[in-house]
Design a protein around this ligand. Structure first.
Ligand SMILES: [Zn+2]
Length: 217
């Protein structure tokens, strides 16, 4: 499985700005942490940017398409003109099929739970004609993690512990959505198979010894 991770904005494009924060600076560490944590799973990852640089929306989509990604996962933070709106929402392109709907639902349930656990809104599963969702050839989900324009959301987004929970939820959602195997469970499986093979080898050795005894007698 190939997961293309897209931290929004960057470089000359700060994204949403508010509460002393810039969206581009919040989403990048989340994306980098997501890449690290996904190393525990059977999958490959690629980033649209791994530093504070500008990448156009069409270049992001093209990079994912050229790589042959199985999932395009775009990380954003919301903003509004007034401070009240808060919480989490995510987006797919309006006319996606059931496969993408199911992937998004798995991701949504995990991430929304982190926000509602701290009394922030679950604003739901939404659709929008966004360029990166429209121009990507694979299932694509864009997550809007809180409102930089809401003081409580902004305070949460500044906390390392909350960032960590968000990334863990992204990992859990993506792993469930794509049925990724945890590397520990693969190792465990191999250990079981090895034990079984050793037992079988031991049984065959005994059998061989018996046969030799019969032949020599
Ligand atoms: Zn954004």
């Amino acid at each position: 499985m190939k997961i293309f991770i897209d931290p929004g904005h960057g470089g000359k494009d700060p994204g949403a700005v508010g509460s002393g924060l810039q969206e581009k600076d919040i989403v990048l560490p989340l994306a980098l942490s997501l890449v690290e944590k996904l190393k525990n799973y059977e999958c490959e990852t690629k980033l649209s940017r791994d530093k504070d640089v500008y990448v156009s929306l069409s270049d992001r989509a093209m990079a994912a398409n050229a790589w042959g990604a199985n999932l395009f996962f775009s990380i954003h933070v919301n903003a509004f003109a007034t401070p009240e709106p808060n919480g989490y929402e995510d987006y797919t392109y309006p006319s996606v099929g059931v496969a993408t709907q199911n992937i998004r639902k798995a991701i949504h349930l995990h991430i929304a739970k982190v926000w509602t656990a701290v009394s922030r809104m679950n604003r739901g599963m939404k659709t929008k004609n966004l360029q990166v969702l429209r121009e990507t050839a694979m299932p694509a989900v864009l997550v809007e993690n809180g409102f930089i324009s809401n003081p409580q959301d902004a305070a949460l987004l500044k906390q390392a512990a909350f960032q960590n929970k968000l990334v863990d939820a992204m990992v859990a959602g993506i792993a469930e959505a794509l049925n990724l195997k945890h590397k520990d469970s693969i190792e465990e499986q191999l250990r079981k198979e090895l034990t079984k093979t050793q037992q079988e080898a031991s049984r065959l050795r005994d059998k061989l010894a018996q046969i030799k005894e019969i032949v020599s007698s």
